[in-house]
Write a protein that binds this ligand. Structure first.
Ligand code: UT7
Length: 325
C-alpha cells in the first residue's frame, strides 16, 4: 500500500510582547531607523518571548492549536519533530520536553538543527517516517526564541529576528484516502563551506557559551535568490509540476526583497505570496509554518491547493518543498 503524508491541521503561537522599529523600541537603543529597517527588510515589528517563556512553551501552544485544528489528541501522535536553533537545554531535545508537556506517551521525539531551513528539513524527514509506515501521525514544529541569541547592540542582526512557533500535524494516509493531498516532494541542500557567512560565535564544545548570531548579511543576500530559486525549480521539476500550477508561495521570511526577487525570477505573482515578515520579522525555523497557518486562518490556502515552500539559512542550508493542502 502506497502512503502519503497529509497535513491534517496546523497551529501557531506568537509571544505577546511586540518590539517595534520605532524610537520607543529599537531606534532608542541602537543607531537605526524605522525607515532603514522597513526599506531594507520589510520588517515593521517582531515578537519577543517573555522572561521565563521558553522555546518549548511556544512549541506547545502551536502544537495544541494544530491538534485542535486536526480534531486530534496527544494520544494520537507517535512522532514529534522540532526544528529549532534555540533549544531550551543542550539536552534533552526540545522535542522530548514538548512531548512530555503535551502528554504524548508513545513514539519518538527529536530535534532537527538546520537553522532557518529547519522546517523544510523537518517536514521532509517526517514525511519519510510516515510514508514508510514506521509512524502514523507526526507533530512537525518550527519553534524559536531567537531573541535569546541576538547581540542587541549589533544593528546588522538584532533588527531582523523575532520569536514564535508554528506546527503541522501530518498523518500517513493510503493514497486513495489522501485524494492527492499531502507532501509531494522536497529538496534539501547544505554547503558547509559557507559557515562564516552566518553562524553563532559560541557553542557547547568550543566555548561552553551560547554565543550570538553573526552574519555577513549582504553576502548571504547575494546567495539567496539563486539558490532558493534553484531548489524550488528542482522540486517542481521532480514532481512534474509547472510554476503555473502553484496556488500559494509560502517562503521563509528573511527579507521582503529576497522574497520578491524569487517571485520575479520564477515568474510567480506577488498576490500568491503569504508574507508575515512585516509583523513577525525572521522567526527562523518557525517562519514557514507561521506563514502557512496565517494563510489557512484567513481562508487563502484551501484544501487541495498546491503550495510551494522554501528556505535558506545558516550552514548554509537551503531547500524547498511542494505539498497539496
Ligand atoms: O534567515 C537566514 C538568512 N538570512 C538572510 O537571508 C538575510 C540576508 N541579508 C539581508 O537580508 C540583508 O543583507 C540585510 C537586511 C541584513 C542588510 O541589508 P543590505 O542592504 O544588504 O545592507 P548592508 O549589510 O550592505 O549594509 C548597508 C549599510 C551599511 O552601512 P555603510 O557601510 O554603507 O555605511 C550598514 O552598516 O547599512 C548599514 N546598516 C544599518 N543601518 C541602519 C546595517 N544595519 C543597519 C540598521 N540600521 N539596522
Amino acid at each position: 500500500m502506497s502512503l502519503k503524508a497529509v497535513i491534517r491541521g496546523c497551529g501557531m503561537y506568537l509571544p505577546e510582547k511586540i518590539v517595534s522599529n520605532s524610537n520607543e523600541d529599537l531606534s532608542k537603543t541602537i543607531d537605526t531607523s524605522d525607515e532603514w529597517i522597513r526599506e531594507r527588510t520589510g520588517i515593521h515589528e517582531r515578537r519577543v518571548a517573555a522572561e521565563g517563556e521558553y522555546t518549548s512553551d511556544l512549541a506547545v501552544r502551536a502544537a495544541k492549536a494544530a491538534l485542535q485544528s486536526a480534531s486530534l489528541q496527544a494520544s494520537d501522535i507517535d512522532l514529534v519533530i522540532i526544528a529549532t536553533t534555540t533549544p531550551d537545554l543542550t539536552f534533552p531535545s526540545t522535542a522530548a520536553i514538548v512531548q512530555a508537556k503535551l502528554g504524548v506517551e508513545q513514539g519518538a521525539a527529536f530535534d532537527i538543527q538546520a537553522v532557518c531551513t529547519g522546517f523544510i528539513y523537518a517536514l521532509s524527514t517526517a514525511e519519510k517516517f510516515l510514508i514508510c509506515g514506521q509512524h502514523k501521525r507526526a507533530l512537525v514544529i518550527g519553534a524559536e526564541t531567537f531573541s535569546r541569541i541576538l547581540d542587541w547592540s549589533d544593528r546588522s542582526t538584532c533588527v531582523l529576528f523575532g520569536d514564535g512557533a508554528g506546527a503541522f500535524v501530518l498523518e500517513a494516509q493510503a493514497e486513495e484516502q489522501a485524494e492527492n493531498r499531502g507532501v509531494i516532494g522536497s529538496y534539501l541542500r547544505c554547503d558547509g563551506r559557507m559557515v562564516d557567512l552566518l553562524y553563532v560565535d559560541g557553542g557547547v564544545s568550543s566555548s561552553q557559551t551560547t554565543g550570538h548570531v553573526r552574519m555577513q548579511g549582504n553576502k548571504v543576500f547575494r546567495e539567496a535568490v539563486n539558490r532558493i530559486s534553484q531548489a524550488m525549480e528542482h522540486v517542481m521539476e521532480e514532481a512534474g509540476i509547472s510554476v503555473k500550477d502553484v496556488d500559494w508561495f509560502v517562503p521563509h521570511q528573511a527579507n521582503e526583497r529576497i522574497i520578491q526577487g524569487v517571485v520575479k525570477k520564477l515568474d510567480l505573482r506577488s498576490e500568491q505570496v503569504i508574507s508575515t515578515i512585516a509583523k513577525q520579522g525572521n522567526t527562523s525555523a518557525a517562519s514557514i509554518p507561521l506563514a502557512y497557518c496565517a494563510g489557512v486562518a484567513d481562508g487563502r490556502i484551501k484544501q487541495g491547493d498546491l503550495v510551494l515552500l522554501e528556505a535558506m539559512g545558516g550552514g548554509l542550508t537551503w531547500g524547498a518543498a511542494l505539498l497539496r493542502a
